[in-house]
Design a protein around this ligand. Structure first.
Ligand code: SF4
Length: 336
């Protein structure tokens, strides 16, 4: 085999090269993904003495957030009060819905993860990147294919970053990713599970993939979710659930998450040894029956898991906090 020549590139040149490769792939060029992985492109050399990067995301369970584009369309009840749509509107970006264009970004934006990767390598400490908070990477739009291909390359070239890919469209994963059974070690695949129907629809698609980790974001949790069909009775063809995040909805139009729903997920995860992260109550949190006085801010509901009346108070996300029965649940999957 001829020796490979190694070329060191700065960030701009690196992404120009990535762009070229992506265009060749799009145009049906004849090299395979495997040969691409063995190509001579190296990560840009960064001046590590000038890079100090810690956590720059407000989301508890990630260090960074990366959006390959902005914009999406609603697909299920969890999307009704989509915070990303509200945020995009607030900053004047008309990128929501089937008819709207998506907002694309330039090379400076795409170069950020390369810097995060260099900083993580220098610290010898892996970092988590949430992808995406303002889009769904697996949205079915052809014009997003070049961005997706660029993203797959970026993931391969940033091995110190664990990419947490969260989607409400896991049915599209298998025909949009290039890896099949040969996933890079740094991809965690996740799907949103807001109620039992979405669990039934989405989990078989998510758990079919041998990615490094598979996680569920049960947020906003809108109904009881029984995970036992994918824990206790999991078919051999499906992989295990590695992490569950649960949380209630925030914002003035938020729908309450009943305590029984959160406790059921916590208890099922605890019994199966699955790390559990309780992100927040959201806008509504439970109050003790003896302290409750019904008003526009305190409402009574029937909790279908506990079989009891519960009182929920609209306190706002900050005051409602993130304790579940007095405990903070911040568990994470082990990483090497
Ligand atoms: S899939 Fe996510 S980003 Fe897209 S509309 Fe739904 S909640 Fe918003």
């Amino acid at each position: 085999m001829p020796p490979r020549s190694i070329v060191h590139l700065d960030a701009d040149a690196f992404f120009a090269a990535v762009e070229q490769v992506a265009m060749r792939l799009l145009n049906g060029a004849s090299f395979s993904w495997i040969s691409l992985k063995k190509s001579s492109i190296q990560l840009p050399k960064c001046n590590l003495s000038t890079i100090t990067m810690g956590k720059d995301s407000s989301i508890e369970w990630t260090d960074h957030t990366f959006n390959p584009w902005w914009g999406c369309s609603k697909v299920s009840p969890g999307c009704v009060n989509c915070y990303a749509e509200t945020w995009a509107r607030r900053v004047g970006a008309a990128v929501w819905g089937k008819d709207a264009d998506r907002r694309m970004f330039g090379e400076k934006h795409w170069g950020e993860p390369v810097k995060w990767n260099a900083a993580a390598a220098s610290e010898k400490k892996r970092k988590r990147v949430f992808c995406a908070s303002m889009a769904d990477v697996f949205e079915e739009r052809h014009e997003l294919n070049p961005q997706r291909k660029k993203l797959w390359l970026l993931i391969e070239f940033t091995p110190w970053l664990d990419w947490l890919m969260l989607t409400k469209r896991p049915q599209n994963i298998s025909h949009m990713i290039p890896w099949k059974n040969d996933w890079p070690e740094n991809v965690w695949l996740g799907t949103t599970v807001e109620d039992q129907q979405r669990a039934n629809e989405r989990l078989p698609d998510l758990l079919g993939h041998p990615s490094k980790r598979r996680f569920l974001s049960c947020e906003p949790l809108l109904g009881a979710v029984d995970l036992s069909p994918w824990i206790k009775e999991r078919p051999k063809s499906l992989h295990q659930i590695d992490w569950v995040i649960a949380g209630g909805e925030s914002g003035a139009k938020a729908r309450p998450m009943f305590p029984g729903w959160a406790r059921q997920l916590r208890d099922q995860c605890n019994a199966a040894g699955i790390p559990f992260h309780f992100k927040q109550w959201g806008h509504w949190s439970p109050v003790q029956a003896k302290k409750a006085t019904l008003s526009s801010l305190v409402k009574q509901f029937w909790d279908d898991v506990s079989g009891e009346q519960v009182y929920m108070e609209a306190k706002g996300k900050k005051e409602a906090g993130r304790h579940l029965d007095g405990v903070t649940w911040d568990e994470l999957p082990q990483v090497a």
